[in-house]
Design a protein around this ligand. Structure first.
Ligand SMILES: [Zn+2]
Ligand SMILES: [Zn+2]
Length: 344
């Protein structure tokens, strides 16, 4: 099969490799859509410990496809089913895992991160993930692209749930990349009045073109938000960019009793970030953060798509064949378009 393997920093090679055969308890997926993510770009740009010339890895953790073959002893699935694959898997027996937070397991693994993923014609789902329910059947109306893009959507849903958005809440999202726009979509679904801020006018315009109910804020975020909300601020603020100053600012922009969600991580060399804790004290704010998504959230957002309460299809702005993966990576790296998807 054809696969895009990472051999090291900025070293992706599209090669013919043996098609894997599913072992006992495993499922072989014929990949149909695999989306490129900011995490892939960071892995490729910064390099990853353990990935080198002798230990290449197939990236890609936003995956949907068709069940091609079942290993021995797999029940509940059949060949030909259309599926999306939740990439995160925990050990299944530790405290976070039994609480349903396999994505926070100390022995966490994920397809396309520490196991071979979906930037290939075929991908094997390990037994622990099959048994854990990571292979999710796609309803008829849900496209493979939607199935793939559901992965980041589920991570966004994790942050969204922490933000506890109620109808009429003023919601500020900072960062108009694909993640920030997905936050807008969920906040709108919950009945929030959504403000989206970014330093790029183009990104704001493309967000507004997809979801016209978004109020875009360009320029000085504080000034623009206060103008738009008559000095009230925001009931919920979600930072969807890796900028430390934005995290400090978010606390200033929160209304009384506001919730601030640090969704985007910041580079390790920028830690720690200064936060005015007196603002948290006097405004009775709740600060939170989220990373990745639980399997329950992954299935929940698939239901949002299949039931029609949420449409994320306009977020896919370009398709590529696997052999052209470098073009897809370049677009993602340069922030051109939103989700770049490999189709097979
Ligand atoms: Zn991702
Ligand atoms: Zn565990």
């Amino acid at each position: 099969m054809l696969a895009a393997r990472m051999f090291g920093k900025n070293d992706i090679r599209v090669q013919e490799v043996p098609t894997p055969t599913p072992g006992r308890g495993e499922i072989l997926i014929k990949v149909r859509s695999a989306a490129v993510c900011g995490t892939d770009i960071r892995m490729i740009t910064n390099g990853v410990a353990g990935i080198d010339e002798e230990h290449p890895r197939i990236l890609g953790h936003e995956i949907a496809g068709v069940i091609e073959a079942l290993g021995e002893n797999v029940s509940g699935y059949s060949v030909g089913q259309r599926v999306a694959i939740a990439p995160n898997m925990g050990c299944g027996i530790c405290e976070p895992c039994i609480r349903g937070n396999g994505h926070l397991c100390p022995d966490y693994k994920a397809l396309g991160i520490n196991l071979d993923g979906g930037f290939a014609e075929y991908c094997v789902v390990p037994e622990i993930a099959v048994r854990g329910g990571n292979v999710c059947i796609l309803d008829d109306g849900v496209s493979f692209d939607d199935g793939a893009v559901n992965e980041p959507l589920s991570c966004v849903c994790n942050g969204f749930e922490h933000a506890d958005i109620r109808p009429g809440d003023r919601v500020l999202i900072i960062g108009a990349g694909p993640i920030g726009i997905m936050h807008c979509a969920l906040a709108l679904m919950a009945g929030g009045v959504v403000y989206l801020s970014d330093i790029s006018k183009d990104r704001l315009d493309s967000a507004k073109a997809i979801y016209p109910k978004i109020n875009t804020l360009f320029g000085d975020t504080k000034q623009e938000l206060m103008k738009a909300t008559n000095g009230y601020g925001a009931d919920a603020i979600i930072t969807a960019c890796p900028v430390p100053a934005v995290q400090s600012l978010a606390v200033e922009l929160a209304a009384l009793g506001g919730r601030v969600i640090f969704f985007g991580g910041i580079p390790a060399d920028k830690e720690p970030v200064g936060i005015n804790t007196n603002l948290v004290h006097y405004k009775q704010l709740i600060l939170s953060g989220t990373t990745r998504a639980s399997l329950a959230q992954y299935r929940k957002t698939l239901n949002y798509i299949s039931s029609g309460v949420l449409d994320i299809s306009p977020l896919v702005t370009a398709h590529f064949e696997l052999k052209d993966i470098k073009s897809a990576i370049d677009l993602a790296k340069n922030g051109v378009g939103l989700k770049n998807v490999l189709t097979f």
